[in-house]
Write a protein that binds this ligand. Structure first.
Ligand code: MN
Ligand code: MN
Length: 462
């Protein structure tokens, strides 16, 4: 190596494509891990399904529901289930929690279409559902793709009926119809945002009239009859339901080299799954390890299952009280990785990113010091000292990582749960996986980056 080359090596910061130097052992680990990840994506398309799947996995690893007042010892594994939509897992550390906890926080809700409270109607002898979209979507992407229905009916007697239709191969699916191009002259003049309007996101669910009769709305009647026979519900029961329309496709490999994964809801299950699998592996950590899988991030973390609530504060408070230590001191000494995705540099749409600071596919887990919009509005902006701590941890563990900004300064912006956790006095930074087509019904990630995210989560909590 020439002197100049050596000096450059020593002084320059040069992120590298991790696949260039990945050996067969690492590639094997990545392949095995991502097969399980794809299964998780198929089993957990909604926040409720993600909590259920995560709890099933955790119970097999010895996690039990936290009991207030019980004495917990080093290595004990507990969970806090918040209404079946947000869950926190904790492994009790050697040190009392007022020395701080190591927290990872990912979200398990994804952009989708919720059924309205009064969704079912018939129009020209077809039955449809009215929807209200949840989170940031490009509405036109949801037309003319196969859809499935997930969620619950909560009945007046207190029982809850689970619904999942359209995931198995032999089950029917649903669709939002779009206009044929031949007759789309007027529609084509609309802006992209209005290509399909919110009130046009109507889901086709049936066409077969109940039977030959003069009564009206026989297709709707037939649908209600099918639902009544299957679930025992009537139309009024939609009023106390949470039903979500999501894409019906399964997770799959992308690319001839199978290096990537395509699936619905990878924002943010691509970080939730690594956080979950990491805490399931943690044994006797020095500091108490906590992994939170949260609801409502896509609509601003609002509500009692979102992270703007006091849920995390109460989780830490409950553990602190069991150890007779101060919950406030515990929060002040805690560290957090807000595990969320960033936008990967897109070969076709490079203009929206600033290349020196954009995350790239296969360059490893992405550390995002700040999110926000315009003049960093709405970000917690991690302190330099904390960034240094995370840098050191990742480098020491040999984890491939990069930094990222969410697009060019004036291109737009976004936020994560980091700001709400920072409000509690916890040190927090975003760390996650670069995603192509983020928030689309079918998002793309690189297997290498998914695995590096898992390794980072484990390193942080172990
Ligand atoms: Mn996200
Ligand atoms: Mn998102």
């Amino acid at each position: 190596m020439s002197d100049i080359k050596a000096l450059k090596e020593q002084l320059f910061y040069t992120p590298k494509n991790g696949l260039k130097t990945a050996d067969d052992k690492l590639l094997g680990e990545i392949a095995t891990y991502c097969e399980e990840y794809k299964k998780f994506l198929d089993d957990a398309k909604t926040e409720r399904e993600a909590v259920k799947t995560a709890l099933d996995m955790a119970k097999k690893k010895g996690f039990t529901e936290f009991e207030y007042g019980k004495k917990y010892n080093v290595g004990d594994k507990v969970y806090f289930n918040n209404r079946g939509k947000t869950v926190a897992f904790a492994v009790i550390g050697e040190q009392a929690i007022d020395n701080g906890a190591n927290i990872t926080a990912a979200h398990i809700d994804s952009p989708r279409l919720d059924l309205k409270p009064n969704p079912l109607y018939e129009e020209i002898e077809l039955a449809l559902f009215k929807t209200h979209y949840y989170g940031g979507i490009k509405k036109y992407q949801w037309a003319a793709i196969p859809l499935s229905l997930h969620g619950v009916f909560a009945l007046k007697d207190g029982s809850v009926i689970e619904v999942c239709i359209g995931e198995k191969d032999d089950e029917p699916k649903f669709v939002i119809n779009d206009l044929l191009p031949h007759l789309a002259t007027e529609q084509s003049k609309r802006t992209l945002n209005e290509g399909i309007k919110g009130e046009e996101l109507n889901v086709l669910i049936g066409s077969h009239p109940f039977k030959d009769d003069d009564a009206s709305e026989l297709v709707k009647l037939n649908i209600l009859n099918i639902l009544n026979q299957k679930y025992g519900i009537n139309e009024a029961d939609f009023l106390s339901a949470e039903l979500e329309i999501v894409p019906a496709f399964k997770a799959c490999d992308i690319g001839l080299d199978r290096s990537m994964i395509g699936a619905y809801g990878q924002d943010d299950r691509v970080c939730a799954y690594p956080a979950l699998t990491a805490i399931l592996k943690v044994e006797n950590p020095e500091k108490t390890a906590i992994a939170i899988l949260a609801d409502k991030e896509e609509i601003g973390s609002m509500g009692n299952t979102g992270l703007e609530s006091d849920f995390l504060r109460f989780v830490i408070g409950d553990i602190a009280k069991c150890q007779n230590v101060d919950p406030t001191v515990a929060l002040r000494n805690s560290k957090c990785l807000s595990a969320d995705v960033n936008a990967a540099l897109d070969p076709t749409f490079q203009d929206v990113s600033e290349r020196r600071n954009a995350s790239k596919v296969n360059y490893g887990v992405v550390v995002t010091k700040y999110t926000g919009a315009r003049g960093k509005s709405g970000t917690s902006d991690a302190g330099a000292e904390y960034v240094a701590y995370v840098r050191n941890m990742l480098d020491n563990a040999g984890i491939t990582w990069q930094t990222g900004e969410l697009g060019k300064v004036d291109a737009g912006g976004g936020g994560t749960v980091a700001q709400y956790i920072a409000n509690m006095g916890v040190d927090v930074i975003d760390l996650g996986v670069p995603v192509l087509s983020m928030h689309a019904p079918f998002e793309t990630t690189a297997k290498f980056d998914v695995y590096m995210c898992y390794r980072a989560m484990y390193e942080f909590m172990k």
